[in-house]
Design a protein around this ligand. Structure first.
Ligand code: ADP
Length: 262
């Protein structure tokens, strides 16, 4: 089974500077591109953007159960992530896509923010039956710190080890990995290929967003590097804000991107 895993970045599908604001037309456009590709065996993952990031940041969920507000904060974060997820599923159904939702927080077990256990048999079966499994960045039970956030990248990292996809596409709001944050520096250059040799060359120091809780571009690069090593998948970071680019990437056309080879 030639599986493709596609991430729709939170920065693409929500207004990151406005809490709980989805970009509906962008969501529709990207889902249409996925549908138009007519590929089978697609797993969609999506980030949370401005939905869960605000409560996650406020209650410091990434640090675990740290005080008496942590449980309530976790509940708020889980709800916010699932609200955006529900919008994505509704939009898929509008397009008559056979979405099959998987909430990571219901069954993931993590330890120190890394997923340790997750029964992927239902996801595999859903694919075999012809569904489009949809996962998303969520909270999870953590054996070390009580609770944590599992980013879509972490979810893909775990799934890729089990399902061995042949391609992983991460759609975000920049053309790929640059020598430094392209939004903050004019001289930033796109790094077209990342291997072990230049893995640590890029500068990720700019913290652009008030509410980022999942580690931004650095965590994507490290997770993709590991995924590429574990599954030998083609790992690509593309700009999903550019119309048609996701479709081209799924179709195997050459697009502006960063390819990560473990
Ligand atoms: P998403 O919400 O799509 O998962 P993030 O906002 O977490 O994406 O990460 C993408 C952001 O990372 C870009 O918008 C960019 O501003 C920032 N960034 C920081 N350093 C870099 C870099 N070296 N190359 C590319 N982007 C970078």
């Amino acid at each position: 089974m030639e599986i493709i895993m596609i991430k729709l970045g939170g920065s693409v599908i929500t207004e990151v500077d406005h809490p709980i604001t989805p970009k509906i037309s962008k969501i529709r456009e990207l889902l249409r591109e996925i549908k138009k590709s007519k590929r089978q065996n697609i797993i969609i993952g999506h980030g949370g953007g401005s939905f869960p990031h605000v409560p996650a940041h406020k209650y410091k969920i990434q640090e675990g159960l740290i005080n008496s507000s942590s449980l309530f904060g976790t509940a708020l974060t889980q709800k916010a992530a699932s609200d955006l997820h529900s919008i994505i599923i509704s939009e898929m159904l509008r397009l008559k896509m056979r979405a099959f939702s998987f909430s990571p927080s219901s069954s993931v077990v993590a330890r120190g923010k890394r997923i340790m256990k997750w029964d992927v048999a239902p996801i595999k079966s859903a694919l075999e039956l012809g569904f489009v499994p949809v996962v998303y960045g969520d909270v999870a039970i953590d054996m070390k710190q009580g609770i944590c956030i599992t980013s879509t990248e972490e979810i893909f990292r775990y799934l890729s080890g089990k399902l061995k996809p042949w391609k992983i596409i991460i759609g975000t709001d920049v053309d790929g990995v640059f020598t430094s944050d392209p939004k903050a520096s004019d001289g930033a250059r796109l790094i077209k290929v990342i291997t072990r040799d230049n893995l640590n060359k890029a500068d990720f120091s700019n913290i652009r967003r008030k509410f980022d809780v999942t580690g931004s571009m650095r965590s994507k690069v490290l997770a993709l590097y590991e995924m590429s090593r574990n599954s030998h998948a083609v790992c690509q970071i593309i700009n999903a804000n550019k119309r048609g680019r996701l479709y081209d990437a799924i179709s195997g056309k050459k697009v502006m991107s960063t390819i990560i080879k473990g």
